[in-house]
Write a protein that binds this ligand. Structure first.
Ligand code: FAD
Length: 481
């Protein structure tokens, strides 16, 4: 009888470049398992609504891929250790393999599971599957974690090593005994409201969808990435983030494909720029692993007492895309409708919330967490602390984006605004960026009544900027900044 290994899938919902799966197949028969862990096992950050939608479809896709491979996926709900012990008992497995995760709650669960299963005499092995560098493999000369991206990036380039993706196994042997599983629908991952219905038109969760996104990006957009990546009105970025987040494609596979594409021509600068963004993701995981409290607390502790206010009405207007600043509102509405938002616009809406509206960055991070299909604890934490000026390598607090200038620069024709804020589409492109500055006659002609068909700004830019800087000055005077 072939030795049976359980391959525990988590944020690595793919067959390609899956070290744990390859190790299981090499050893004998495999039992692929996914465990939907209870919310309290996630350290306060259980998957949000949009991520759960994605997870549902990604599991469906993985399930059919594994079926074709020869060993179907078993889905279960419960505490990881209890489920694993139960499955070991009913299947006769003698080993459990998984790819490592690096979020604080996941690390804690995995440590406990490893110790308990080893104590039962099982072979337990974990692998690097989700990052190019384990967080502990990169350190400063003094042996500390990095807090600044540029030297981190230089270091990983310096210590580059032979590290190629593994091909997916051609076949897998299934366990001899059938093991009880839950039906996908029983996991209850889909939202009860129809909010996510539109996501399906835009996204194809699963490994096939991830590969297609990557190929399309390399064919159509990587050349010119450096120039176009800041433009929300064009398709200038890869949109791979939800696929990377759920591990439907590995960073090693992405890097290999980018390098192969460069062999076929194009600007090395653009390809390198794209790989630099992938390195930001590595940096984010490095930070989260070494500073595990940062999803909730600022990396720079003095910022814990920053005088952010809390105003439900302002927060609600921001969430619904009703701030009166068209580019901010376009981003927030794109997020709600598609589960995704362009990076440049994420930076702007985050800055607007924490500076113009003086709301705590944690409120914004929570909203993103619930509504992004790519909600990723490491990247989201890095992004929000960057915007709030309290994290690693953060934007200085005194740099306050002007939402109108940002719109003019990055959405010059106002096409992105017209798409997501259709009530402004009738305005001439120049006025879409700032309807509050448009002549009354133009507004009338376009059917725009500020305060009625579209909100007046929640706060004038200069006033919001001055208030934010004042709060920061007072904070510094108290010796805290
Ligand atoms: C406030 C804020 C919150 C964010 N929250 C998330 C989040 O929850 N999940 C998430 O994946 N990204 C987050 N980002 C980073 C970034 O906005 C997205 O990764 C990017 O927009 C995804 O689009 P793309 O795949 O087309 O990116 P591309 O430009 O094609 O980049 C390729 C990949 O590189 C990585 N990457 C790119 N930019 C960054 C970055 N600034 N930081 C870390 N990794 C990056 C992503 O994995 C991305 O998929 C956030 C940024 C901000 C400012």
């Amino acid at each position: 009888m072939a030795e049976l290994s359980i391959v525990w899938f988590r944020g690595d919902l793919r067959l390609d470049d899956h070290p744990a799966l390859c190790a299981g197949v090499k050893r004998g028969a495999v039992l692929p398992l996914y465990v939907l862990e209870p919310c309290d096992a996630a350290g306060g950050w259980p998957p949000g609504g949009a991520s759960r939608w994605w997870l549902h479809h990604s599991l469906a896709s993985l399930s059919s891929d594994l079926e074709r491979l020869g060993s179907p996926l078993v889905l279960r709900r419960g505490r990881a250790l209890e489920v694993l012990e139960d499955v070991v008992g009913s299947s006769g497995a003698t080993a459990v393999f998984w790819n490592r995760r690096y979020d604080p709650a996941g690390v804690a669960v995995d440590r406990g599971v490893k110790a308990a299963l080893k104590a039962r005499g099982l072979e337990v092995r974990s692998f690097r599957g989700g990052v190019l560098w384990e967080p502990w493999e990169v350190e400063t000369k003094g042996g500390d974690p990095y807090r600044v991206f540029t030297p981190f990036h230089r270091r990983i380039i310096e210590q580059e090593r032979e590290d190629e993706p593994l091909e997916a196994p051609a076949a897998a042997v299934a366990p001899e005994l059938a093991v009880r599983g839950d039906a996908l629908e029983e996991l209850g991952l889909l939202p009860r409201l129809d909010w996510a219905d539109g996501f399906g038109a835009r996204w194809v969760p699963g490994e096939g969808g991830a590969r297609e996104k990557l190929e399309r990006f390399l064919d159509d957009s990587v050349n010119g990435y450096g120039e176009r990546r800041d433009r929300p009105d064009v398709r200038g970025t890869s949109r791979l983030s939800p696929h990377l987040r759920h591990g439907e494609i590995s960073p090693r596979r992405v890097r290999r494909a980018v390098r192969d594409a460069l062999g076929g021509g194009g600007s090395a600068k653009d390809h390198r720029h794209f790989l630099r963004e992938i390195a930001w993701r590595e940096f984010a995981w490095h930070l989260l692993y070494h500073f595990p409290k940062t999803p909730d607390e600022p990396l720079r502790p003095e910022y814990a007492s920053f005088p952010w206010t809390r105003d439900e009405a302002l927060l609600e207007a921001w969430k619904r895309g009703r701030t009166g600043y068209p580019l901010v509102d376009a981003g927030m509405r794109e997020l709600w409708a598609t589960g995704w938002m362009h990076n440049r616009v994420r930076m702007l809406v985050a800055s607007f919330l924490v500076k113009h509206l003086l709301q705590p960055w944690q409120e914004g991070a929570r909203w993103f967490w619930d509504t992004l299909v790519d909600a990723d604890l490491a990247n989201n934490t890095l992004g929000w602390q960057w915007a709030a000026g309290c994290g690693a390598d953060a934007a200085p607090y005194f740099r306050v984006f002007n939402p109108t200038l940002q719109a003019r620069k990055f959405d010059p024709e106002g096409a992105y605004i017209a798409r997501w804020v259709p009530e402004l589409a009738g305005l001439a492109p120049g006025h879409r960026h700032a309807p509050f500055e448009a002549p009354e006659a133009c507004l009338r002609e376009a059917g725009v009544v500020l305060g009625e068909t579209y909100p007046a700004p929640l706060i004038a830019h200069q006033e919001g900027r001055a208030r934010a800087l004042d709060a920061w000055e007072r904070f510094r005077e108290r010796g805290q900044g």
